[in-house]
Design a protein around this ligand. Sequence first.
Ligand code: NAI
Length: 333
Amino acid sequence: MSYKISIIEGDGIGHEIVPAALKVLEHTGLSFEWDFVLAGEKAVEEYQTPVPDSTIESILSNKLALKGPLTNLVARGWPSPNVMLRKNLGLFAAVKRARYFEGVGSPFKNADLVVVREAKEDTYAGAEQQVGSDAAIAIKFITKENSLNVANFTFDLARRLGRKKVSITHKANVLKLTDGIFLKSAQEAAKNYPDIECDSLMIDHMAFKLVNDSLDCDVILAPNVYGDILADLIAGICGSLGLGFGGNFGPEAAVFEPVHGTAPTIAGQGIANPIGEILSGAMLLSYIGEEQAAKTIENAVASVLKKGEFLTGDLGGTASTNDITDAIIREMK
Ligand code: NAI
């Protein structure tokens, strides 16, 4: 059996780390058919839109995609390609994960953190308006239906991953209506999962707790904007933004991608850390039931990081993207 997967290389370091991830996936011995499609800067050049219909059709047909990071084109007058993908594919939940690996310079030994970020609503819906010449407003839009969906998704995920606790993150003391709906909906969903402990923390307290007592944090459920920020924070806690990985989920498709962005200042130099992209590929394998192949990749990554011979600059080494990728492939047994 061959798995057909839509591939978006994306922008910046995407052109280096996505090929690295595909090389690792091919080395699992599974059979893949890559369906390369465009989004981001190249799509604007070729199709005059950040996400052409052909890209959406490919992903909806294959139901699976692996993507690199995409430049936010809002400043150039285009909608955000990531927001377009989420909206057009109905991706309502973004899972971001980061774990501690031995050999990586992080004081947070054994941290293994998951952030589930609501992915369709909040101020990232992009509803902004100028008010006079020197002021503007952004609308924070939160619905009970979507909050319940993402909360149920999170508790199901926690169960599937054998996790013990879900922490709902919010600022409902100030944003009583919007964050209030999110919090109440998540607490309502929690009642159907008595086997999973559930607590709720305000976003500022959550940020403090993550760096003060990260081992007591497990799965964090957050509205879109707080979740975006916490995703980078958990990657940093685990040693580098280059290590965070994840996937976006909806009823019709799942799109896997690392936590970080296009890293424009190092793009084209062959020095980007490909691990976030590689582990996103492993997460895709796990999602389609290829658990053994996913474990092989994770173990190979862990082994390369522990040995410390081939580390990229963000991890304190001098290895290239190709060096660390080849080292991971050599460890895949
Ligand atoms: P960024 O994540 O691209 O970079 C932040 C810092 O981390 C930089 O110093 C960068 O060099 C470093 N870094 C990131 N990934 C790395 C890797 N794999 N290996 C080594 N170093 C790495 O964030 P920034 O600069 O705020 O955003 C750049 C562009 O990426 C923007 O257009 C932004 O909108 C976009 N972006 C796209 C995302 C996506 O497509 N999911 C997510 C985050 C940002």
